[in-house]
Design a protein around this ligand. Structure first.
Ligand code: SAH
Ligand code: SF4
Length: 393
């Protein structure tokens, strides 16, 4: 890597336990929860049972008050309330698109904001979760990448996004009812919001383990898709330690073009990326890798590109998800014409790969892929305007 390559991972990660103030239970792993309970004075002999009980209250039933944990003695509930809090990111605003897509702007510690998008579909619903505030990578077509401020989200802030969406959807099971995999409103998760999840690996892993826990939110690992721009050294770990489905932001078929679109390619090029992807399905025992490919007019959308793409991915069980470019103010690219996208998709399809074209969802509320930053700024601006109008500034 040359010194001028603008790739950095030195972002702030908050410690799990802030030095002062009570510990937030949300986002602790089972072991950490057990440890925290012991520290608070839970007798060693009871620790395992208490951990399980509290875990179920938090993640299976969605309870937020210690007083509602009715299978715990009153004294013990008081003790918990003295030492701990149950805190989720705060929903600052909620927009619902004409197509039913919901976008939440949520505030996390340090007065940062991230966006979470819920996309209802026939028979399922997908939550698009953020893993960082902003992103240190600078993909030239992505608005999130132009945001300067970056910090890693904690595991609690990541799983908290799932929990607040379930709150809004009214989806915590009623007492006595088990969650039904077939009828869940929030049935899938994609780590495709703001940030590069593999630059915040530990927090993403811990949050997804809570999401997958059978005594927790209980979503199967194949209902989670993690999208990476290509952080090659973390790909095998993703298979081993999370085991979810993988999507990769491929976007180009030559290193020359990919260096420009996805600059992390300068560190790990197409060849190295493909080598890592080849091992993924075996380690994670999952079927196909999704290759995301943003369609940029005149940049990466020729027939030659499509043929090259097919050649490159030979031998990797794959699906190619074509994403019509979503414009944002000042974006240096245009969306490929519909006819071009179709022709590109056909070449891939004829080579034997599924090549769905991703329908932009929630465009009217700026919730589509790659648009997430601008909405935040708009929100900030409008709040400022409101404050000014109210004579607060
Ligand atoms: N950082 C991760 C995940 C977040 S981005 C990654 O890059 O994979 C989720 C997807 O949206 C990626 O495939 C990304 O390349 C794509 N994307 C970003 N900006 C876009 C835009 N303006 N239009 C369409 N897709 C975009
Ligand atoms: Fe970051 Fe992904 Fe956007 Fe690239 S596409 S800048 S990796 S969020």
């Amino acid at each position: 890597m040359t010194p001028e390559t603008p790739i950095t991972q030195d972002v702030m990660t908050l410690p799990r336990k802030l030095p002062d103030g009570p510990v937030n239970l949300i986002g602790l792993t089972r072991d950490e929860l057990r440890e925290a309970l012991l520290q608070a004075g839970t007798p060693e002999k009871q620790a395992k049972m208490r951990t399980n009980q509290i875990w179920q209250w938090l993640y299976q039933k969605g309870v937020r008050q210690f007083d509602e944990m009715t299978n715990l003695a009153k004294d013990y509930r008081t003790l918990l309330a003295e030492h701990f809090v149950i805190a989720l990111p705060e929903v600052v605003s909620r927009h619902v698109s004409e197509d039913g897509t919901r976008k939440y702007l949520v505030r996390i510690a340090g007065d940062h904001e991230v966006e979470v998008v819920y996309i209802p579909e026939e028979g399922r619903g997908t939550l698009c979760v953020s893993s960082q505030v902003g992103c240190t990578l600078t993909c030239s077509f992505c608005h999130t990448g132009t945001q300067k401020l970056v910090r890693n989200l904690t595991a609690g802030e990541i799983v908290g996004q799932v929990m607040l969406a379930r709150d809004d959807l009214g989806e915590w099971p009623k007492p006595g009812h088990q969650p039904n995999e077939q009828t869940r409103l929030l049935s899938n998760i994609v780590l495709m919001g703001m940030g590069e999840p593999l630059y915040n690996f530990d927090n993403v892993r811990d949050a997804m383990r809570i999401v997958m826990d059978p005594e927790g939110i209980c979503l199967g690992r194949r209902r989670i898709t993690l999208s990476t721009s290509g952080v090659v050294p973390e790909i095998a770990r993703t298979a081993e330690e999370i085991g979810c489905l993988l999507a990769v932001s491929f976007h180009a078929t030559t290193d020359e073009v990919r260096d420009k679109l996805v600059p992390i390619n300068k560190r790990w090029n197409i060849e190295e990326l493909l080598a890592a992807l080849k091992t993924y399905p075996k380690i994670s025992n999952s079927e196909r890798i999704t290759f995301e490919y943003v369609m940029l007019k005149g940049v990466n959308d020729s027939d030659e590109d499509a043929h090259r793409l097919v050649k490159l991915i030979k031998g990797i069980p794959a699906k190619i998800n074509l994403i019509p470019f979503n414009e944002w103010p000042g974006a240096p690219y245009q969306r490929s014409d519909w006819k071009r996208i179709k022709a590109f998709a056909d070449i891939i399809y004829r080579a034997g790969y599924a090549s769905p074209i991703r329908t932009p969802r929630g465009e009217d509320i700026m919730a589509a892929c790659g648009q997430l930053k601008s909405a935040t700024e708009r929100e900030r601006k409008s709040r400022k305007t409101i404050e000014a109008e109210a004579g607060l500034t």
